[in-house]
Design a protein around this ligand. Structure first.
Ligand code: SF4
Ligand code: MG
Length: 302
């Protein structure tokens, strides 16, 4: 059984007087123990909303999420949040308490996991920081070091699933690959799954066993990382991989693709990618290819 199973997840954001926005519009995803899954896509495609739902931090409108075979309910997760699933956020400047020593913040996680044998210094050592840094405050660290502290704090609770929501995008280029590799190594070593959300395709290629590509609330392609890179099948994945290398990662679609990401409040009918797809056919404008592993009429399962 997978560690995490997300099936046909729908998350709608409602604002009064406006049509609901489907930030996640029927997404399915699996993460196994010790497996690293990279979730990629342009900003606003629903990656963070999906992650928040998995952590029990956001609403679920339809579909299901199960963790270790049990349905995820807001109440169940509130209890589980500090042990089973841990999240590392984008900004290590705001996710740590500036007024407390980092050793004390890591100790909170150890207490919730009832771990009396590990010390905060042990965890700092595991993330590549000197043991004596436990007595320091967050402002005494660089961005990369703070993110290492945030990872140590997440690990203290002994998660079986670690989620990184753009955990490297606020870091210097030199720290990005190091922190990504560290998360991968620590997750694999402890048998935990890792869902690594990023818009940096090169880093995802470096650490992920499988990659899931998200577009306008849907996962449009999922596959083994090396296979997706060798032979991307969805036209959107092809466009992402063909994107001109960008100093900040990929982030943008190549110039040949017309149009911007459509408004999620009024998604296109049929295939959501059809207004931008170079291979669009008549049926794509009316019929929604709501299937996997490649949600495209050119790759309909037999
Ligand atoms: Fe393009 Fe049609 Fe495939 Fe959508 S279903 S990606 S429009 S070919
Ligand atoms: Mg986001």
């Amino acid at each position: 059984a997978p560690l995490l199973a997300v099936d046909d997840l729908v998350v709608e954001h409602r604002t009064s007087g406006r049509p609901p926005v489907r930030a996640v519009a029927g997404a399915s995803l699996r993460v196994g123990p010790g497996e690293v899954v990279g979730l990629v896509g342009e900003s606003g495609c629903g990656k963070s909303t999906l992650a928040r739902a998995v952590c029990g931090l956001g609403p679920v409108s339809a579909g299901s999420i199960t963790f270790e075979g049990e349905p995820v309910t807001p109440l169940g997760l509130r209890r589980r949040r500090h042990t089973g699933v841990q999240m590392v956020f984008q900004d290590p400047y705001t996710s740590l308490n500036p007024r407390r020593r980092v050793g004390d913040q890591i100790a909170d996680g150890l207490r919730t996991a009832r771990d009396t044998t590990t010390s905060p210094a042990d965890l700092l050592e595991r993330v590549g920081l000197p043991r004596e840094f436990a007595g320091r405050h967050p402002h005494e660290f660089s961005g990369g070091q703070r993110q290492r502290v945030a990872i140590a704090r997440a690990l203290a609770a002994r998660p079986r699933l670690l989620i990184g929501d753009e955990p490297i995008s606020a870091l210097d280029a030199s720290a990005q690959a190091q922190v990504a590799r560290l998360m991968r190594d620590l997750a694999v070593e402890s048998g935990a799954g890792l869902l690594f959300i990023s818009h940096d395709l090169s880093v995802v290629r470096l650490i992920a066993d499988r990659v899931a590509v998200m577009y306008l609330g849907r996962i449009v392609e999922v596959g083994r990382t090396e296979e997706v890179w060798a032979e991307p099948r969805h036209p959107y994945t092809k466009a992402l991989l063909a994107a001109i290398p960008h100093p900040d990662g990929m982030g943008v679609l190549p110039a040949e693709l017309p149009g911007d990401v459509p408004d999620p409040a009024a998604p296109p009918a049929g295939c959501r990618f059809h207004p931008r797809c170079p291979l669009v056919m008549d049926r794509c404008r009316e019929e929604d290819p709501a299937f996997g592993p490649v949600a495209c009429w050119l790759h309909e399962p037999k």
